[in-house]
Design a protein around this ligand. Structure first.
Ligand code: FCB
Length: 441
Protein backbone atom coordinates (compact mmCIF):
# COMPACT_ATOMS: atom_id res chain seq x y z
CA UNK A 1 0.00 0.00 0.00
CA UNK A 2 0.98 3.61 0.40
CA UNK A 3 4.75 3.74 0.64
CA UNK A 4 6.33 5.39 3.61
CA UNK A 5 7.72 8.58 2.24
CA UNK A 6 7.71 12.07 3.52
CA UNK A 7 8.41 15.42 2.02
CA UNK A 8 11.62 15.99 4.03
CA UNK A 9 13.17 13.06 2.15
CA UNK A 10 13.42 15.41 -0.85
CA UNK A 11 15.65 18.44 -1.33
CA UNK A 12 14.19 21.74 -0.14
CA UNK A 13 14.07 23.24 -3.63
CA UNK A 14 12.35 20.22 -5.20
CA UNK A 15 9.28 21.45 -7.12
CA UNK A 16 5.94 19.79 -6.45
CA UNK A 17 3.08 20.39 -8.79
CA UNK A 18 -0.04 19.33 -10.62
CA UNK A 19 -0.54 19.24 -14.38
CA UNK A 20 -3.29 19.75 -16.96
CA UNK A 21 -3.50 20.69 -20.62
CA UNK A 22 -5.58 23.26 -22.48
CA UNK A 23 -7.77 21.07 -24.67
CA UNK A 24 -8.50 18.66 -21.84
CA UNK A 25 -9.90 21.25 -19.41
CA UNK A 26 -10.55 24.67 -20.93
CA UNK A 27 -13.71 24.16 -22.98
CA UNK A 28 -14.76 27.48 -24.59
CA UNK A 29 -13.66 25.91 -27.84
CA UNK A 30 -15.19 28.65 -29.93
CA UNK A 31 -15.02 31.63 -27.57
CA UNK A 32 -13.34 35.03 -27.83
CA UNK A 33 -11.85 34.44 -31.24
CA UNK A 34 -10.31 30.99 -30.66
CA UNK A 35 -9.74 29.08 -33.88
CA UNK A 36 -10.45 25.36 -34.28
CA UNK A 37 -7.80 22.77 -33.50
CA UNK A 38 -7.27 19.31 -34.93
CA UNK A 39 -8.79 17.86 -31.75
CA UNK A 40 -11.98 19.91 -32.24
CA UNK A 41 -12.17 18.41 -35.72
CA UNK A 42 -11.22 14.88 -34.68
CA UNK A 43 -13.97 14.76 -32.03
CA UNK A 44 -16.53 15.38 -34.77
CA UNK A 45 -15.49 12.25 -36.68
CA UNK A 46 -17.92 9.48 -35.69
CA UNK A 47 -16.33 6.64 -33.75
CA UNK A 48 -13.14 8.43 -32.72
CA UNK A 49 -13.99 9.24 -29.08
CA UNK A 50 -15.20 6.41 -26.84
CA UNK A 51 -18.16 8.33 -25.39
CA UNK A 52 -18.66 10.49 -28.50
CA UNK A 53 -17.75 13.56 -26.45
CA UNK A 54 -15.67 16.63 -27.31
CA UNK A 55 -13.82 19.55 -25.74
CA UNK A 56 -16.53 22.14 -26.21
CA UNK A 57 -17.17 22.52 -22.47
CA UNK A 58 -14.73 20.09 -20.80
CA UNK A 59 -14.07 21.39 -17.25
CA UNK A 60 -15.03 24.93 -18.31
CA UNK A 61 -11.68 26.04 -16.94
CA UNK A 62 -11.71 28.99 -19.34
CA UNK A 63 -14.40 30.49 -17.12
CA UNK A 64 -13.56 28.81 -13.81
CA UNK A 65 -9.82 29.51 -13.89
CA UNK A 66 -9.84 31.68 -10.78
CA UNK A 67 -11.48 29.14 -8.51
CA UNK A 68 -9.33 26.42 -10.10
CA UNK A 69 -6.19 28.39 -9.19
CA UNK A 70 -7.55 28.73 -5.66
CA UNK A 71 -8.00 24.98 -5.59
CA UNK A 72 -4.41 24.43 -6.71
CA UNK A 73 -3.17 26.87 -4.09
CA UNK A 74 -5.20 25.04 -1.47
CA UNK A 75 -3.33 21.82 -2.31
CA UNK A 76 -0.11 23.49 -1.22
CA UNK A 77 1.84 22.74 -4.40
CA UNK A 78 4.69 24.93 -5.65
CA UNK A 79 3.88 24.85 -9.34
CA UNK A 80 1.19 24.39 -11.94
CA UNK A 81 1.92 22.85 -15.34
CA UNK A 82 -0.56 24.03 -17.96
CA UNK A 83 -0.56 24.42 -21.72
CA UNK A 84 -1.43 27.17 -24.15
CA UNK A 85 -3.96 26.43 -26.84
CA UNK A 86 -2.14 27.60 -29.96
CA UNK A 87 -5.37 28.35 -31.90
CA UNK A 88 -6.68 30.40 -28.97
CA UNK A 89 -3.79 32.82 -29.28
CA UNK A 90 -3.23 32.48 -33.03
CA UNK A 91 -6.45 31.19 -34.63
CA UNK A 92 -4.91 30.16 -37.96
CA UNK A 93 -1.53 29.10 -36.59
CA UNK A 94 0.14 31.78 -38.70
CA UNK A 95 -0.52 35.47 -39.19
CA UNK A 96 -2.60 37.49 -36.73
CA UNK A 97 -2.52 36.86 -32.99
CA UNK A 98 -5.70 36.95 -30.93
CA UNK A 99 -5.49 39.53 -28.14
CA UNK A 100 -8.44 38.05 -26.22
CA UNK A 101 -6.72 34.67 -26.22
CA UNK A 102 -3.47 36.08 -24.91
CA UNK A 103 -5.41 38.09 -22.31
CA UNK A 104 -6.73 34.81 -20.88
CA UNK A 105 -3.25 33.36 -20.42
CA UNK A 106 -1.93 36.64 -19.02
CA UNK A 107 -4.70 36.58 -16.40
CA UNK A 108 -3.95 32.94 -15.69
CA UNK A 109 -0.19 33.44 -15.30
CA UNK A 110 -0.63 36.61 -13.22
CA UNK A 111 -3.16 34.71 -11.12
CA UNK A 112 -0.60 31.99 -10.45
CA UNK A 113 2.08 34.47 -9.50
CA UNK A 114 -0.31 36.34 -7.19
CA UNK A 115 -0.96 33.03 -5.42
CA UNK A 116 2.72 32.11 -5.18
CA UNK A 117 2.45 29.35 -7.80
CA UNK A 118 5.23 28.87 -10.35
CA UNK A 119 3.89 28.70 -13.92
CA UNK A 120 5.23 25.78 -16.00
CA UNK A 121 4.04 26.46 -19.53
CA UNK A 122 3.74 23.95 -22.39
CA UNK A 123 3.46 25.32 -25.92
CA UNK A 124 2.14 22.25 -27.73
CA UNK A 125 -0.04 19.78 -25.91
CA UNK A 126 -1.40 18.47 -29.24
CA UNK A 127 -4.08 21.02 -30.25
CA UNK A 128 -2.56 22.16 -33.53
CA UNK A 129 -4.58 24.87 -35.34
CA UNK A 130 -6.79 23.24 -37.98
CA UNK A 131 -5.67 25.76 -40.58
CA UNK A 132 -2.14 24.36 -40.37
CA UNK A 133 -3.42 20.79 -40.68
CA UNK A 134 -5.15 21.85 -43.89
CA UNK A 135 -1.65 22.56 -45.21
CA UNK A 136 -0.27 19.20 -44.10
CA UNK A 137 0.18 19.88 -40.38
CA UNK A 138 3.35 18.57 -38.76
CA UNK A 139 4.19 16.65 -41.93
CA UNK A 140 4.75 20.00 -43.68
CA UNK A 141 8.12 21.56 -42.88
CA UNK A 142 6.53 25.03 -42.95
CA UNK A 143 4.77 24.18 -39.67
CA UNK A 144 8.21 24.18 -38.02
CA UNK A 145 8.68 27.86 -38.78
CA UNK A 146 5.11 28.68 -37.76
CA UNK A 147 5.71 26.99 -34.41
CA UNK A 148 8.91 28.97 -33.86
CA UNK A 149 7.04 32.22 -34.54
CA UNK A 150 4.23 31.22 -32.15
CA UNK A 151 6.77 30.21 -29.48
CA UNK A 152 8.57 33.54 -29.86
CA UNK A 153 5.35 35.51 -29.39
CA UNK A 154 4.34 33.54 -26.30
CA UNK A 155 7.79 34.06 -24.83
CA UNK A 156 7.72 37.77 -25.68
CA UNK A 157 4.46 38.17 -23.77
CA UNK A 158 4.87 35.67 -20.93
CA UNK A 159 8.52 34.63 -20.89
CA UNK A 160 9.46 36.99 -18.06
CA UNK A 161 6.67 35.66 -15.83
CA UNK A 162 6.80 31.90 -16.29
CA UNK A 163 9.34 29.65 -14.59
CA UNK A 164 9.56 27.17 -17.40
CA UNK A 165 8.63 26.72 -21.05
CA UNK A 166 8.27 23.27 -22.60
CA UNK A 167 8.03 23.12 -26.38
CA UNK A 168 6.20 19.84 -27.00
CA UNK A 169 4.36 17.37 -24.85
CA UNK A 170 5.10 13.79 -25.91
CA UNK A 171 6.11 14.04 -29.58
CA UNK A 172 5.85 10.20 -29.77
CA UNK A 173 2.11 10.41 -29.14
CA UNK A 174 1.58 13.12 -31.74
CA UNK A 175 3.66 11.20 -34.26
CA UNK A 176 2.70 7.57 -33.61
CA UNK A 177 -0.87 7.74 -32.30
CA UNK A 178 -1.74 10.73 -34.50
CA UNK A 179 -0.05 9.65 -37.74
CA UNK A 180 0.69 5.92 -37.68
CA UNK A 181 -1.95 4.25 -35.49
CA UNK A 182 -4.41 7.03 -36.25
CA UNK A 183 -6.48 6.75 -33.07
CA UNK A 184 -5.52 10.32 -32.07
CA UNK A 185 -5.88 13.53 -34.08
CA UNK A 186 -5.35 14.05 -36.93
CA UNK A 187 -6.05 10.33 -37.52
CA UNK A 188 -3.48 9.57 -40.24
CA UNK A 189 -2.13 6.03 -40.77
CA UNK A 190 1.28 6.08 -42.41
CA UNK A 191 4.64 5.15 -40.97
CA UNK A 192 6.52 7.45 -43.34
CA UNK A 193 4.32 10.41 -42.40
CA UNK A 194 4.74 9.51 -38.72
CA UNK A 195 8.52 9.69 -39.03
CA UNK A 196 8.48 12.99 -40.90
CA UNK A 197 6.13 14.43 -38.25
CA UNK A 198 8.41 13.25 -35.43
CA UNK A 199 11.39 14.86 -37.17
CA UNK A 200 9.57 18.17 -37.62
CA UNK A 201 8.43 18.17 -33.99
CA UNK A 202 12.00 17.67 -32.81
CA UNK A 203 13.34 20.24 -35.26
CA UNK A 204 10.75 22.83 -34.23
CA UNK A 205 11.65 22.17 -30.60
CA UNK A 206 15.35 22.82 -31.17
CA UNK A 207 14.75 25.87 -33.34
CA UNK A 208 12.30 27.32 -30.81
CA UNK A 209 14.84 26.90 -28.00
CA UNK A 210 17.50 28.70 -30.01
CA UNK A 211 15.08 31.50 -30.96
CA UNK A 212 13.84 31.95 -27.38
CA UNK A 213 17.39 32.15 -26.05
CA UNK A 214 18.29 34.66 -28.77
CA UNK A 215 15.43 36.90 -27.68
CA UNK A 216 16.65 36.78 -24.07
CA UNK A 217 13.99 34.48 -22.61
CA UNK A 218 14.97 33.67 -19.03
CA UNK A 219 12.55 30.78 -18.43
CA UNK A 220 13.96 27.29 -18.07
CA UNK A 221 13.56 25.63 -21.49
CA UNK A 222 12.97 21.99 -22.35
CA UNK A 223 10.75 19.28 -23.79
CA UNK A 224 8.52 16.56 -22.32
CA UNK A 225 8.73 12.95 -23.51
CA UNK A 226 6.54 9.99 -22.63
CA UNK A 227 8.84 7.23 -21.50
CA UNK A 228 8.47 3.69 -20.43
CA UNK A 229 10.77 1.08 -18.99
CA UNK A 230 10.91 -1.63 -21.65
CA UNK A 231 11.77 -5.15 -20.55
CA UNK A 232 12.14 -8.40 -22.46
CA UNK A 233 9.37 -10.81 -21.44
CA UNK A 234 11.87 -13.69 -21.24
CA UNK A 235 15.62 -14.15 -21.38
CA UNK A 236 15.43 -15.37 -24.98
CA UNK A 237 17.62 -13.56 -27.51
CA UNK A 238 14.55 -12.90 -29.66
CA UNK A 239 12.69 -11.18 -26.82
CA UNK A 240 15.76 -9.18 -25.85
CA UNK A 241 16.14 -8.07 -29.44
CA UNK A 242 12.46 -7.05 -29.51
CA UNK A 243 12.94 -5.05 -26.28
CA UNK A 244 15.90 -3.25 -27.83
CA UNK A 245 13.84 -2.34 -30.89
CA UNK A 246 10.76 -1.26 -28.92
CA UNK A 247 12.91 0.90 -26.67
CA UNK A 248 14.64 2.23 -29.78
CA UNK A 249 11.41 3.27 -31.45
CA UNK A 250 9.78 4.66 -28.31
CA UNK A 251 12.62 6.23 -26.39
CA UNK A 252 15.97 6.37 -28.17
CA UNK A 253 14.40 7.75 -31.37
CA UNK A 254 13.62 10.90 -29.37
CA UNK A 255 16.29 11.06 -26.67
CA UNK A 256 19.26 10.33 -28.96
CA UNK A 257 18.59 13.27 -31.33
CA UNK A 258 17.92 15.62 -28.40
CA UNK A 259 20.95 14.65 -26.34
CA UNK A 260 23.36 13.17 -28.89
CA UNK A 261 22.34 14.92 -32.11
CA UNK A 262 21.74 11.70 -34.06
CA UNK A 263 19.07 9.11 -34.74
CA UNK A 264 19.95 5.63 -33.40
CA UNK A 265 21.54 3.69 -36.28
CA UNK A 266 19.81 0.37 -35.54
CA UNK A 267 16.34 1.96 -35.55
CA UNK A 268 17.12 4.00 -38.64
CA UNK A 269 18.01 0.76 -40.37
CA UNK A 270 14.79 -0.84 -39.15
CA UNK A 271 12.70 2.02 -40.58
CA UNK A 272 14.45 1.67 -43.94
CA UNK A 273 12.89 3.75 -46.72
CA UNK A 274 10.30 5.23 -44.33
CA UNK A 275 13.10 7.21 -42.63
CA UNK A 276 12.45 10.96 -42.48
CA UNK A 277 13.94 13.54 -44.78
CA UNK A 278 16.63 15.28 -42.73
CA UNK A 279 18.26 18.41 -44.13
CA UNK A 280 21.86 19.39 -43.40
CA UNK A 281 22.03 21.17 -40.06
CA UNK A 282 18.77 19.71 -38.69
CA UNK A 283 20.41 17.39 -36.18
CA UNK A 284 22.57 20.18 -34.71
CA UNK A 285 19.43 22.31 -34.32
CA UNK A 286 17.53 19.50 -32.59
CA UNK A 287 20.35 19.02 -30.10
CA UNK A 288 20.12 22.57 -28.70
CA UNK A 289 21.05 22.39 -24.99
CA UNK A 290 18.14 21.55 -22.68
CA UNK A 291 17.64 23.23 -19.30
CA UNK A 292 15.47 20.27 -18.33
CA UNK A 293 14.10 17.04 -19.72
CA UNK A 294 10.50 16.29 -18.80
CA UNK A 295 9.56 12.66 -18.24
CA UNK A 296 5.95 11.46 -18.30
CA UNK A 297 5.84 7.96 -16.83
CA UNK A 298 2.76 5.75 -16.49
CA UNK A 299 3.70 2.08 -17.08
CA UNK A 300 6.39 -0.34 -18.19
CA UNK A 301 6.39 -2.24 -21.47
CA UNK A 302 6.97 -5.96 -21.90
CA UNK A 303 8.52 -7.01 -25.18
CA UNK A 304 7.98 -10.42 -26.78
CA UNK A 305 9.30 -11.26 -30.22
CA UNK A 306 6.68 -10.87 -32.90
CA UNK A 307 4.01 -9.53 -30.53
CA UNK A 308 2.92 -5.93 -30.04
CA UNK A 309 4.32 -4.41 -26.85
CA UNK A 310 2.31 -5.29 -23.81
CA UNK A 311 1.56 -2.84 -21.02
CA UNK A 312 -0.53 -5.04 -18.75
CA UNK A 313 1.17 -8.40 -18.81
CA UNK A 314 1.79 -8.90 -15.12
CA UNK A 315 -0.07 -9.87 -11.99
CA UNK A 316 0.18 -6.27 -10.70
CA UNK A 317 -2.67 -3.84 -10.27
CA UNK A 318 -4.02 -2.55 -13.59
CA UNK A 319 -5.51 0.93 -13.98
CA UNK A 320 -8.74 1.78 -15.74
CA UNK A 321 -6.66 2.48 -18.86
CA UNK A 322 -5.41 -1.12 -18.79
CA UNK A 323 -1.96 0.07 -17.75
CA UNK A 324 0.13 -1.97 -15.31
CA UNK A 325 1.02 -0.27 -12.03
CA UNK A 326 4.77 -0.75 -11.77
CA UNK A 327 6.68 1.92 -9.80
CA UNK A 328 10.08 0.14 -9.99
CA UNK A 329 9.90 0.81 -13.72
CA UNK A 330 10.18 4.52 -13.02
CA UNK A 331 13.31 4.03 -10.91
CA UNK A 332 14.79 1.74 -13.54
CA UNK A 333 13.98 4.19 -16.34
CA UNK A 334 15.57 7.15 -14.56
CA UNK A 335 18.69 5.23 -13.54
CA UNK A 336 19.10 3.92 -17.08
CA UNK A 337 18.75 7.42 -18.60
CA UNK A 338 21.36 8.66 -16.16
CA UNK A 339 23.66 5.79 -17.17
CA UNK A 340 23.25 6.11 -20.93
CA UNK A 341 23.07 9.87 -21.47
CA UNK A 342 24.58 13.09 -20.30
CA UNK A 343 21.35 14.40 -18.82
CA UNK A 344 20.06 17.83 -17.93
CA UNK A 345 18.01 17.93 -14.72
CA UNK A 346 14.91 15.74 -14.98
CA UNK A 347 11.38 16.82 -14.17
CA UNK A 348 8.68 14.21 -13.73
CA UNK A 349 6.15 16.27 -15.65
CA UNK A 350 3.32 13.70 -15.51
CA UNK A 351 2.52 10.67 -13.40
CA UNK A 352 -0.83 9.44 -12.21
CA UNK A 353 -3.60 6.94 -12.79
CA UNK A 354 -7.18 6.55 -13.98
CA UNK A 355 -9.53 4.54 -11.81
CA UNK A 356 -13.31 4.37 -11.61
CA UNK A 357 -14.19 6.54 -8.63
CA UNK A 358 -17.22 6.44 -6.47
CA UNK A 359 -18.57 9.52 -4.79
CA UNK A 360 -20.05 8.70 -1.38
CA UNK A 361 -21.24 11.49 0.94
CA UNK A 362 -19.26 14.05 -1.05
CA UNK A 363 -16.07 11.99 -0.64
CA UNK A 364 -14.02 9.91 -3.03
CA UNK A 365 -11.94 7.22 -1.35
CA UNK A 366 -9.55 6.65 -4.26
CA UNK A 367 -7.12 4.46 -2.35
CA UNK A 368 -5.58 2.96 -5.48
CA UNK A 369 -4.79 6.35 -7.02
CA UNK A 370 -3.30 7.57 -3.75
CA UNK A 371 -1.19 4.45 -3.55
CA UNK A 372 -0.14 4.84 -7.19
CA UNK A 373 1.08 8.38 -6.62
CA UNK A 374 2.80 7.68 -3.30
CA UNK A 375 4.62 4.63 -4.62
CA UNK A 376 5.83 6.47 -7.71
CA UNK A 377 7.08 9.38 -5.63
CA UNK A 378 9.01 6.81 -3.61
CA UNK A 379 10.36 5.41 -6.88
CA UNK A 380 11.62 8.87 -7.83
CA UNK A 381 13.36 9.22 -4.48
CA UNK A 382 14.99 5.84 -5.01
CA UNK A 383 16.39 7.00 -8.35
CA UNK A 384 17.67 10.20 -6.76
CA UNK A 385 19.46 8.14 -4.12
CA UNK A 386 21.14 6.34 -7.00
CA UNK A 387 22.45 9.64 -8.35
CA UNK A 388 19.80 10.84 -10.80
CA UNK A 389 19.16 14.58 -10.63
CA UNK A 390 15.39 15.11 -10.47
CA UNK A 391 14.13 18.63 -9.79
CA UNK A 392 10.38 18.17 -9.59
CA UNK A 393 7.29 15.98 -9.75
CA UNK A 394 3.86 16.84 -11.19
CA UNK A 395 0.75 14.75 -10.63
CA UNK A 396 -1.36 14.04 -13.70
CA UNK A 397 -3.89 15.37 -13.24
CA UNK A 398 -5.32 18.17 -11.16
CA UNK A 399 -8.83 17.52 -12.50
CA UNK A 400 -10.78 14.73 -14.11
CA UNK A 401 -10.79 15.82 -17.73
CA UNK A 402 -11.16 14.95 -21.41
CA UNK A 403 -8.89 11.93 -21.79
CA UNK A 404 -8.48 12.16 -25.58
CA UNK A 405 -9.89 9.11 -27.42
CA UNK A 406 -11.27 7.82 -24.09
CA UNK A 407 -13.40 10.94 -23.63
CA UNK A 408 -14.62 11.62 -20.09
CA UNK A 409 -14.88 7.96 -19.15
CA UNK A 410 -11.39 7.75 -17.71
CA UNK A 411 -10.80 9.84 -14.63
CA UNK A 412 -7.21 10.86 -13.84
CA UNK A 413 -7.96 13.76 -11.47
CA UNK A 414 -7.01 14.01 -7.84
CA UNK A 415 -9.99 16.37 -7.89
CA UNK A 416 -13.32 15.00 -9.07
CA UNK A 417 -15.28 16.97 -11.64
CA UNK A 418 -19.05 16.62 -11.87
CA UNK A 419 -19.56 17.40 -15.56
CA UNK A 420 -23.20 18.39 -15.06
CA UNK A 421 -22.58 21.00 -12.39
CA UNK A 422 -18.82 21.62 -12.84
CA UNK A 423 -18.46 21.07 -9.13
CA UNK A 424 -14.97 20.10 -7.97
CA UNK A 425 -14.43 17.69 -5.04
CA UNK A 426 -11.05 16.86 -3.57
CA UNK A 427 -10.55 13.09 -3.69
CA UNK A 428 -8.65 11.33 -0.91
CA UNK A 429 -5.57 11.33 -3.17
CA UNK A 430 -5.65 15.14 -3.21
CA UNK A 431 -6.04 15.25 0.56
CA UNK A 432 -3.13 12.83 0.87
CA UNK A 433 -0.96 14.93 -1.50
CA UNK A 434 -1.79 18.06 0.47
CA UNK A 435 -0.88 16.34 3.74
CA UNK A 436 2.35 15.07 2.22
CA UNK A 437 3.26 18.57 1.04
CA UNK A 438 2.40 20.13 4.39
CA UNK A 439 5.29 18.21 5.87
CA UNK A 440 7.70 20.53 4.06
CA UNK A 441 10.56 21.71 6.25
C1 FCB B 1 -0.33 11.62 -21.41
C2 FCB B 1 -0.81 12.98 -21.86
C3 FCB B 1 -1.85 13.62 -20.97
C4 FCB B 1 -2.81 12.60 -20.42
C5 FCB B 1 -2.08 11.43 -19.82
C6 FCB B 1 -2.96 10.39 -19.21
O1 FCB B 1 0.06 10.90 -22.50
O2 FCB B 1 0.26 13.87 -21.96
O3 FCB B 1 -2.48 14.62 -21.71
O4 FCB B 1 -3.69 12.21 -21.41
O5 FCB B 1 -1.28 10.82 -20.80
Amino acid sequence: MTALISKPDFPKNFTWGVATSAFQIEGASNTDGKGPSIWDDFCRVPGTIADASDGVVACDHYHLWESDLDLITDLGVDAYRFSISWPRVQPLGSGAFNEAGFAFYERLVDGMIARGLKPYLTLNHWDLPSALQAQGGWANRDTVQHFVTYAGEVARRLGDRVTSICTHNEPWVVAVLGHEVGNFAPGIKSRAVMLQVAHHLLLSHGMALTALRAQGCKASLGIVLNMSHTQAATESEADKEQARLDDGKGLRWYVDPLLKGEYPADVLEHFGTDAPRVLPGDMELIAAPLDFLGVNYYFRCMASAGAPWDINASGHDITDMGWEVYPPGLTALLVRLHRDYSLPPILITENGAAFQDEMVDAQVHDVRRQSYIASHIAAVREAMQQGVVVDGYFVWSLLDNFEWASGYEKRFGIVRVDYDTQQRTLKDSALWYRGFLEARP
